[in-house]
Design a protein around this ligand. Structure first.
Ligand code: HEC
Ligand code: HEC
Ligand code: HEC
Ligand code: HEC
Ligand code: HEC
Length: 236
């Protein structure tokens, strides 16, 4: 019995705050949208131990996101690659580049400063711990990296493109059709729905798709996309 009250007193304020938000509806959501710290992180662009360019590796060399972010479609968490992935190429290319010194320290046993330690990439996108997020639940359902991270393929240095606020999550959960695309286009950040429709005339005619809106609604119906909005979808 002794433990009962302390436990309740921890839970109670949490429940009250959840109910209060739920009850005051639109007002609270817009307050959440404008005042949560993440909104202020939009544009956050830390410098990294190696000036790694997505523009070079994705746009120019044509590497797929999954070559490096290999868990993104199979797990909730999207990994950043280990030094081995870079070393596959950079033990042969750009060997003398001073920008790659931290990679040599991590991988090259003959390098003077070798220490075998992983490269400490600075995390760019970070939700609070009380939010549940899942990558594979999105990318395997026709939502592209682009919708949430912007044109990473054009970034010399990654920055946070979107607010990642609760209001932002819900806006898409309420109208996912605006962001749905054919599964084979999820990793193609140059995707353009209009050109896609124009280049698949027979398929689109058969589906009765003429506009980009039609395409989104068709995919939503076909795949029975129904993102949840209940609190425990995203909160523990
Ligand atoms: C050659 C490997 C490689 C490829 C290919 C690659 N990335 Fe990355 N990505 C990295 C590395 C290394 C980092 C960490 C350093 C940084 O943020 O620049 C990173 C960071 C990121 C981040 C920020 C992670 C954070 O800290 O929040 C996002 C988002 C991202 N990548 C998206 C993509 C997308 C989308 C694609 C495909 C269009 C892609 N990446 C392709 C290596 C790669
Ligand atoms: C598939 C092969 C491949 C992989 C994997 C790869 N790179 Fe590269 N990288 C290249 C090539 C090729 C260039 C040169 C491009 C050019 O000069 O246009 C390059 C260029 C670079 C440069 C610019 C060097 C300079 O001095 O301008 C950096 C820095 C770099 N890569 C870091 C990384 C890191 C860090 C990783 C791992 C996250 C990585 N690369 C993974 C092939 C690769
Ligand atoms: C629906 C939105 C959404 C989509 C789609 C999405 N991401 Fe993310 N991504 C996020 C959020 C939100 C975070 C921060 C997650 C957290 O803090 O738990 C994140 C974090 C990351 C990270 C950093 C993970 C870490 O632990 O350092 C990488 C890398 C990343 N995303 C890559 C990708 C790639 C590549 C794709 C496409 C194949 C993609 N994301 C698609 C929203 C998204
Ligand atoms: C661009 C659109 C978009 C954005 C932004 C987005 N989601 Fe989603 N989310 C979806 C879609 C589509 C699904 C898949 C629904 C389905 O499978 O029917 C989904 C599914 C999920 C699921 C899996 C729920 C389940 O059914 O198991 C979670 C959890 C989730 N989203 C959390 C988030 C969070 C947290 C954010 C904000 C950080 C977010 N989402 C932002 C579109 C989005
Ligand atoms: C689609 C995902 C999603 C759903 C559904 C969702 N939330 Fe959230 N919620 C988030 C995210 C993401 C954040 C973190 C926002 C940030 O850091 O800016 C958040 C933050 C919060 C916060 C903290 C606000 C603050 O200012 O720190 C509360 C309270 C909250 N949510 C309550 C709720 C309630 C109540 C519901 C149900 C009506 C709900 N959430 C449904 C994604 C969601």
């Amino acid at each position: 019995m002794a433990n009962f009250f302390p436990r309740l007193s921890i839970l109670l304020p949490l429940k009250i705050s959840f109910c209060a938000v739920a009850l005051s509806g639109v007002v609270a959501l817009s307050v959440t949208y404008y005042f949560t710290p993440k909104t202020l992180d939009q544009g956050y662009q830390p410098s990294q131990p190696i000036p790694f360019s997505h523009k070079i590796h994705v746009d120019q060399l044509g590497l797929d996101c999954r070559y490096c972010h290999s868990f993104v479609d199979v797990s909730g968490h999207s990994n950043v690659p280990t030094s081995n992935t870079c070393w596959n190429c950079h033990q042969h290319v750009q060997k003398e580049s001073p920008k790659l010194a931290p990679l040599h320290r991590a991988m090259d046993v003959n390098y003077p400063g070798y220490d075998g330690q992983p490269i400490e990439w600075v995390r760019v996108h970070k939700l609070p711990d009380y939010v549940k997020f899942n990558h594979s639940a999105h990318v395997n359902r026709g939502i592209s990296c682009q919708s949430c991270h912007g044109r990473v393929d054009q970034m010399e240095v990654v920055f946070q493109d979107q607010a990642l606020s609760m209001g932002w999550c819900l806006e898409c959960h309420r109208a996912p059709e605006k962001n749905l695309r054919p599964l084979e286009e999820v990793y193609n950040l140059k995707y353009d729905a209009k050109s896609y429709i124009a280049s698949h005339p027979d398929e689109m005619n058969a589906l009765g798709v003429k506009t980009t809106e039609d395409l989104g609604l068709k995919l939503k119906a076909e795949w029975q996309i129904a993102p949840k909005e209940t609190c425990f979808t995203c909160h523990h």
